[in-house]
Design a protein around this ligand. Structure first.
Ligand code: ATP
Length: 235
């Protein structure tokens, strides 16, 4: 479904991605792991068109999207939920969800999608009139994911959904992601929390300095001594 092939990104003199290649198959959750500055966020931004790579290719559903505009990439069903949630804090929960439908012309379709989000996330339904900025961190993350669902993703790009959340809340966000995947949406999940990500992922890649250093089924990565030492706290 998604193929990233030999991707290079430079920020001025910083070579942030160095020939990175990875793939996501239909129906998969793929974890992208790595330390601070490894290039995880850069990878997602290059895929969703927010950054222009200096080399390499991104192919989605057999089409090269490397130089497409972000809204065109989104319209293909590749929806990016950036780090830090970025919900509209002065708008209500419901208005935030409506904004997820900005590329959808059919208003009835938007309403149906929002109702589906409320069924999946009753906490949001109860808070539909509440201002986004007054939600808890976990609720804001759920709203950011809910808004992406209204956009109609076939592949969700999630950037550190666990960031700043308490362990129990992380667990419920991961459960939400697994549930969305079970209903047919593929996921590329960037995480520093390798334990949480590998618990729900099918496969994973570990990147360091913009290069892939390890990849494999999640169950194997969980047992790999290099992953355990570097990302799972040596346990
Ligand atoms: P984190 O987990 O801390 O978000 P990351 O793996 O997502 O890290 P990136 O944000 O992709 O890492 O950064 C990769 C490298 O590119 C880092 O060395 C970073 O300093 C650099 N970088 C990222 N954005 C910019 C920018 N706008 N200008 C210059 N350098 C940047």
């Amino acid at each position: 479904m998604l193929e990233i092939d030999g991707l290079d990104v430079h920020y001025g003199g910083v070579h942030a991605l160095r020939g990175l290649s990875l793939g996501v198959a239909e129906g998969e959750i793929v974890a992208l792991l790595g330390n601070n500055g490894a290039g995880k966020t850069t990878t997602l931004s290059a895929v969703s068109g927010l950054l222009r790579p200096s080399g390499g290719e991104v192919v989605f559903d057999g089409k090269t999207i490397t130089r497409e505009k972000p809204h065109r990439i989104t319209a293909r069903g590749l929806v990016h939920v950036p780090e830090g949630r970025r919900i509209f804090s002065t708008l209500s929960v419901h208005e935030n969800l409506q904004l997820g439908g900005y590329l959808v012309r059919d208003q009835a379709e938007i309403r149906t999608r929002i109702e589906r989000v409320y069924e999946l996330l009753p906490r949001l339904a109860e808070r539909r009139a509440q201002q986004g900025g007054t939600l808890s961190g976990g609720e804001q993350q759920m709203l950011a994911i809910g808004r992406a669902l209204v956009t109609g993703p076939r592949l969700l790009l999630l950037d550190e959904p666990s960031m700043g959340l308490a362990p129990l809340v992380v667990a419920s966000v991961m459960e939400l992601i697994a549930g969305i995947n079970a209903q047919g949406t593929s996921v590329l999940l960037v995480e520093q929390n390798a334990v949480a990500a590998l618990a729900i992922a099918h496969r994973g890649y570990v990147i360091e300095n913009g290069e892939c250093v390890l990849d494999g089924p999640a169950a194997e990565l969980r047992r790999d001594s290099r992953v355990v030492e570097a990302y799972l706290g040596g346990v």
